[in-house]
Design a protein. Structure first.
Length: 275
């Protein structure tokens, strides 16, 4: 792998935060998940990752990733030959963690992010990288022309960074081209959105959120028929997932839930069915 310095004026530093969270987790004796590839990528990039060391939000990023991985695994259990599209894929390694040997997978991100990603990943018979904006209809045409679905779109730590008109366009695009598809996304409520400059990780990078969503159910007002199949805060994760966490993490989440902090309660992980 080539050593490089990301062009941080265009490649958002935010894509490095979850990557580093997984790399750090992989070093632990009993990690929440194994991701050796993330550790390899971190070692190959010339960047001061130490600025994120010890930040509590790295654990939050890991818990979000665990839930999104679970949703993808559940989708593939029900639809082994289905199609997954990772929106704003950055340097994600979800395919390496959940591939069932049959899924058709698309990694989608802006050209500069995909140029960085191309140093570490390559297309295969079932996996394709697409360099495009999520608001561009051309990528949706390509995916629809190559697969019949069913579809799961995964947008982890992506849509809050868009402006609301663009988020609306994404919801309309996915609903219009892939009716009945699933969409996994995170949303930032006012409590989280208004304090992002004080966030332990986001406060260290230039990128900022532009869209907040007080209630994911409100997306149905944009596109009638949108169904919220699941919506969780980091302190109200599904019971079966929490039961699998180390006791120390369960205790941490219980203590955080008791505080009912607006920052924690205003950030949600959602699974929608599009009309």
């Amino acid at each position: 792998m080539d050593r490089m310095k990301p062009r941080l004026g265009t490649v958002q530093e935010t894509l490095l935060i979850p990557l580093y969270a997984r790399a750090v987790e992989n070093r632990r004796e009993s990690p929440l998940l194994r991701d050796a590839r993330a550790e390899e990528i971190v070692a190959a990039i010339d960047y001061d990752f130490a600025r994120f060391d010890g930040l509590p939000s790295l654990t939050g990023a890991m818990l979000r990733t665990l839930l999104f991985d679970r949703w993808v695994a559940d989708f593939l259990a029900a639809h082994p030959d289905g199609t997954v599209v990772e929106i704003g894929t950055g340097l994600n390694t979800r395919y390496e963690r959940v591939d069932n040997g049959r899924v058709t997978w698309f990694d989608l991100d802006l050209p500069d992010a995909m140029a960085l990603r191309a140093h570490f990943f390559a297309d295969t018979a079932r996996r394709t990288m697409i360099a495009a904006s999520v608001t561009d209809e051309a990528w949706a045409t390509e995916v629809a022309s190559r697969t019949d679905g069913p579809y799961l779109f995964v947008a982890e730590a992506v849509l809050p960074y868009l402006h609301e008109p663009d988020v609306r366009r994404v919801v309309d695009l996915l609903s219009g081209r892939f009716p009945g598809a699933l969409l996994a996304l995170d949303t930032a409520g006012p409590g989280f959105f208004d304090t992002q400059e004080q966030h332990d990780a986001l406060g260290k990078v230039a990128a900022c959120m532009h869209w907040y969503c007080p209630d994911p159910a409100g997306l149905a007002a944009w596109r009638p028929g949108v169904q919220v199949l699941a919506s969780h805060t980091l302190t109200s994760l599904p019971g079966p997932l929490v039961d699998e966490l180390p006791v120390s993490h369960q205790e941490m989440l219980s203590a955080l839930a008791a505080q009912r902090l607006p920052q924690a309660e205003g950030y949600r992980l959602n699974l929608l069915r599009l009309p």
